[in-house]
Design a binder for this molecule. Sequence first.
Ligand SMILES: [Zn+2]
Length: 427
Amino acid sequence: MLKTTRFLTPLFCAVWLTVACAVPSAKRTSAPAAPWQPAPAAPAQPVSPTTDVEEKTDPLELPAQAPQADQSSSAHALKIVRVLLADNQSSAEIKHSGRVYIYTQDLEKKYKVSADGTLTVRFAGNGNVQVGTLKSNQPIIIEPAKDTLLTWNNNVYSGKFFVVPAQHTFLLVEHADLETYLYGVLPYEMSYSWPIEALKAQAVAARTYTLKTLEHVKNKYFDLYSDVRSQMYKGGGKQYPSVKEAVDGTKSQVLTFNDKLFYTYYHGNCGGGTDSVSSWNPHAKSIKPLAGAICEYDSHSKSHSWKQEVPMSKIKSYTQKEGLGGNLKSIKVAHKTHTGRATQLLLQTSKGKKTVACNPFRLAMGLKSCKIKEINIHGNHVRFEGRGYGHGVGMCQDGAAGMARSGKKYTQILKNYYPGSTLTTLQ
Ligand SMILES: [Zn+2]
């Protein structure tokens, strides 16, 4: 009974953390409860010759006490983020490198697998999900023991997986601690082979962006997507040494403005100068760190200057969707920022003309940026010439790499691209 009580209490904390503690604050002064993790010293169990799960009627040999938090760890470093790995799944194969615990959210059913293997996860009808032989209409949790890694879709994870039933499908959500999550973000947002000071700047930007995003979570089961809707993430179980150095070397560091986190946007290449966030999103509040900056270090990249050709048919279907029929006669920049980034384009056809916002147009056409210098119609295609890659707000990643190569520290890089911000260490 005592064991059961001990089991329930830390789990409650873990669940509570995701709901109540997942709201970041640069001002937080009290540490949230340490999230619960299995202790490494669970007694040895007979190794099942199969990879099927073994049901336990007794409480599992889960930790008898909450893990000893690293005394040097800050509270935020233990913050749990819930990342949606996949939705609309009907089945999945999850490999585990060692012991895993499998249980339903209400703890009614508990299983353990003592050796490495593969778990089959599937939607099992009537609102149920099934992991191995465990079936439930509640989320099923797959918790790796310490040093066990989970592999799904060729990516490696160290957090707990939640298999959440949805209509006729399930969601696969990982609960990972923030710093481990960053190990799985950095190499996909910036190359791990880039200079360490650029990677450190990226780590601070990604950490801040993540925590800011958590302030506005609306979904019951997850906080972040694992793609560009949040940040690219492919699991924190595989750690590149340079990425680990950058994340660990900036542990707990975020950027603030007026003591508040802000969206530390970043992009590939600004083409010589970044722009105000309002040039990209007219509804966004333009604060000083997102008001634009000079960039003198990004011309080495092939994204700095480009030429792209777009088929006329693609543009025609766009103008038709915008309610403008006829054949395209011309495209002109109708309005641009002081750095030369178009905010609006004027499309003229044989039937009329219309002004459209540049950003949705460039995304639909696959153009690298709105910093468009030349537009020429050539027969059945339109040639665009421009500069930069991405929205041009916040940190220019190519510029960050250029600054790092010229000997600048990550603090100088951040100061350049987010002017007026403060590097803050969360307590
Ligand atoms: Zn730049």
